[in-house]
Structures are given as C-alpha cells and as structure tokens.
Ligand binder design. Structure first.
Ligand SMILES: [Zn+2]
Length: 179
C-alpha cells in the first residue's frame, strides 16, 4: 500500500480487500468509463495548462516549459506522501516555472490530468503539501481529493500487477512502475 501511505487503516483494509479480489479494475472503469482524453502531445498539454492557469493563476509568472516526462515518478516527484502536516519534499521544489507531468497521465481519464495539472499549478504559489496548498487545489478543482485518491488507487492497481485501464497503443513500460 505504498501509494496510500498516510491514509486511515480502515480505508487501507478496504483497498487491500479490493486488490485481493481484483476489484479495483471494475471499480475504476465504472467511475471513469472513458474515452481517453486528447491531450497527448507537449503542445496540447501546454495549451491545456495555459487555459487552467489563466482561469485561476493569472498573476503567476508565465510558464517557461510544459511537458510530459516519462522519468517522473508520480508519487516521489509529484503527489508526495499523503499528509496534512507541512513537510518539505526535499530541496527540489524551487520556484516553479516549469510544469512536468508524468507520462502516465497521457493515458488516464481527463479528470486525473486536470488533478495533476491543478496540483502543479498550486506549487507555483505553495511549496509544501500543506493545508494552504490543498486549499488552493480544492479551489481550482472541488473534487481534488477524490481524484487524487483515485489516482493512488490506480497506481496501487498497476503496482499489484494490474493492467493499464485506458492505455492506447503507445509502446513502453507501465509508467507507474518507473523506478
Ligand atoms: Zn506536489
């Protein structure tokens, strides 16, 4: 349950049960029937991010770069360990002018892409995964917490050997498992 570290034990027990009975796949497919979103290139991602940025973060400095990155680890480099306590995520989070999104998000429901983009935009203002950070995320996407949790469920599903659920025919290893 490494992708769900920090969540309440009762919830983890439920997820464990779902993993054991291979119930995560039907649950996620039912919640997100698809189809796959169309933001597939760095250019399309730039446009998508710019639109959200102009809706919510107009005053933030302009973005220098927006790209999908196949080397990014969703938890280690982006979502972090779930916690409401203020925590520094290493020294890597500088003032963010660049937005990199793990390639995994090319092949997920649009809501999840929106969630991760909102997360990265929020880092332009708030460095840590603390209360004000998540408040900003929720301001931009009221369903933020549910969406982030569902992404963690999906990563758990992939980690337990489950197949990618919205994969197109793109080659390459399952991005959630990148070391
Ligand atoms: Zn983060």
């Amino acid at each position: 349950m490494k992708y769900l570290a920090g969540y309440p034990p009762a919830l983890l027990a439920q997820v464990q049960q779902l993993v054991a009975t291979e119930g995560l796949s039907p649950l996620l497919r039912k919640r997100y029937p698809g189809p796959l979103h169309e933001v597939q290139t760095d250019r399309a991602l730039y446009d998508y991010v710019s639109e959200l940025k102009s809706d919510f973060m107009r005053k933030a400095p302009p973005l220098s770069k927006v790209a999908f990155d196949s080397k990014l680890h969703v938890i280690r480099n982006a979502l972090g360990t779930h916690t409401t306590v203020s925590r520094v995520q290493g020294s890597k989070l500088k003032t963010k002018r660049e937005i990199r999104v793990a390639s995994l998000f090319r092949e997920v429901p649009l809501e999840w892409l929106r969630m991760i983009v909102v997360h990265e935009l929020a880092h332009m203002k708030e460095r840590d995964h603390d209360k004000s950070f998540y408040a900003l995320c929720e301001h931009m996407e009221p369903d933020y917490h549910r969406l982030e949790f569902d992404v963690r469920l999906y990563l758990t599903h992939l980690d337990s050997g489950g197949e990618r659920l919205w994969a197109s025919s793109l080659p390459g290893p399952a991005p959630g498992n990148t070391p």
